[in-house]
Design a protein around this ligand. Structure first.
Ligand SMILES: *Cc1c(COP(=O)(O)O)cnc(C)c1O
Length: 353
C-alpha cells in the first residue's frame, strides 16, 4: 500500500469470465484502474478503483478539441511469478513530453510509476507467464473542462487502464510507401503520442487495406522523399549487412523499442546507421537485391517483419532469409523483458521494488 495513492479494491474479480486464449488485443480490461483529476491548478490524490465507465460532461474539451495524449507499455511475468516493467521511466518522460506539446500539465513521476506498480500488484493474476503473454498498460490524459471554448482545458483526468494481451504470432505485413497523405508535419505534434495523430491515419490506412496492404510507411510531408515510420512503429531497413534507422525528429516518435534495438545492435556488433533514408535508395536496394529486411519496432508487437512494399504502383517482395536480424534482435529483447537473460542496461524494473 502506498500513502500517496488511495485504493478501493473490487469485491470480486472478473478474471474467471475471461478466456485468456482467445483475447482480442485491447478489448478486455483488468479489475482496477487509476483515476486522478487535475482541478484548481493541481493534480489531486490518485485513486485506484474498480474498472468501469466514467461520467463526463458533453462539453468536455477532449470531445471538441482533442486535447488528449497516451502511452503504451507492457508488464511481463517471469518463471518465478515476479512482474517486470520495461524502461517505465522512459514512458513517463515521453508522457510528459507529449503533455507539454498539447499544453497539458505534467504528471509527477510517483503518480505514473507508483500508480502502475500498485495496479499491477492488485491485478497480478491478470499477468500471465506463458511465452508471449503480457499485460498492456495504457496511461492517458484527457482535457475535461466543461466549456466549449478553443483554449487549453483547466481540468484534466489522468487514468491508467490495463489489458491482458495473448501470445502474438504476427505474420509479415505488406506496406504502401506514402506518396500523398502524411502522418506528421514539421513543427507539428508527430513526436507526441497525441490521440489525433492516430485518427488522422485511419482513412489513408483504410485505402491501403482496400488495396490488400496492412499499413503505410509514412514519408516526409513536404516532398514524400524520406522514409519516416509506420502507424505505431519505428522502422529499420537492412541493406546488405547494415541496419539503417531514421533519426528521431519532431515528425518521428522516439520509440523505446527502437532505442533498445539500436543498443542491442551495438552489443551484438551489428552495423547500425542512424541516418535519413530516401524512398529512392530503398527502391534501388530492392532492385539490386541488396535490400534484405525491413521491420517495424514498437511495444505492441515488439518487432514486425515487412514482407513486401509498394510505391507508386511498383511492388517489391522482400526475401525470406534463413537468419534474420529481426528474429535475433526480437529474441534478445524479449529475453531481457521477461527476465530470462541478464539485463546489462538496467532496463527492467520489478513492481515490488
Ligand atoms: C508508440 C509509437 C511507436 C513505438 O514506440 P515504443 O516506445 O517502441 O512502443 C512508434 N511510432 C509511433 C507513431 C508510436 O505511436
Amino acid at each position: 500500500m502506498s500513502d500517496s495513492i488511495k485504493i478501493n479494491k473490487i469485491n470480486k474479480s472478473r478474471i474467471d469470465d475471461v478466456d485468456f486464449n482467445t483475447l482480442t488485443f485491447g478489448s478486455v480490461f483488468t479489475d482496477h484502474m487509476l483515476e486522478c483529476d487535475f482541478i484548481d491548478g493541481k493534480w489531486q490524490k490518485p485513486v485506484i478503483k474498480p474498472y468501469g465507465p466514467l461520467s463526463i460532461d458533453p462539453s468536455a474539451s477532449v470531445f471538441h478539441y482533442g486535447q488528449a495524449i497516451f502511452e503504451g507499455m507492457k508488464a511481463y511475468k517471469d518463471s518465478d511469478g515476479k512482474v517486470w516493467l520495461f524502461r517505465p521511466e522512459d514512458n513517463w518522460d515521453r508522457f510528459n513530453k507529449s503533455s507539454k506539446r498539447l499544453a497539458i500539465p505534467e504528471i509527477p513521476k510517483d503518480y505514473f510509476i507508483k500508480g502502475i506498480k500498485e495496479i499491477l500488484k492488485l491485478d497480478i493474476d491478470w499477468v500471465k507467464k506463458e511465452e508471449g503473454s503480457a499485460l498492456y498498460i495504457r496511461p492517458f490524459v484527457i482535457g475535461n473542462q466543461h466549456a466549449i471554448q478553443a483554449a487549453p482545458s483547466n481540468a484534466y483526468k489522468f487514468m491508467i487502464i490495463c489489458s491482458p494481451s495473448a501470445p502474438y504470432y504476427p505474420g509479415g505485413v505488406k506496406v504502401i510507401v506514402a506518396d500523398k497523405f502524411s502522418r506528421a508535419a514539421s513543427g507539428g505534434v508527430g513526436y507526441a503520442k497525441a490521440a489525433g495523430n492516430y485518427a488522422g491515419q485511419f482513412y489513408p490506412t483504410n485505402l491501403a487495406k482496400e488495396k490488400g496492404f496492412d499499413q503505410i510507411i509514412w514519408t516526409d510531408s513536404s516532398e514524400h522523399k524520406y522514409l519516416e515510420e509506420a502507424g505505431t512503429m519505428n522502422l529499420f531497413f537492412r541493406i546488405n549487412d547494415t541496419l539503417i534507422t531514421t533519426p528521431t525528429s519532431d515528425t518521428i516518435l522516439d520509440g523505446i523499442t527502437r532505442k533498445s534495438i539500436i543498443q542491442l545492435c551495438k552489443d551484438s556488433n551489428i552495423d547500425i546507421q542512424i541516418r535519413k533514408i530516401t524512398v529512392h535508395e530503398l527502391k534501388e536496394a530492392a532492385k539490386n537485391k541488396s535490400l534484405k529486411e525491413i521491420f517495424g519496432t514498437g511495444t505492441a508487437a515488439v518487432i514486425s517483419q515487412v514482407i513486401g512494399f509498394e510505391h507508386l504502383d511498383e511492388y517489391f517482395d522482400l526475401p525470406d532469409l534463413e537468419t534474420k536480424y529481426s528474429d535475433q534482435l526480437k529474441q534478445k529483447l524479449i529475453s531481457i523483458q521477461t527476465n530470462k537473460s541478464t539485463d546489462n542496461h538496467n532496463w527492467t524494473v520489478c513492481i515490488d521494488d
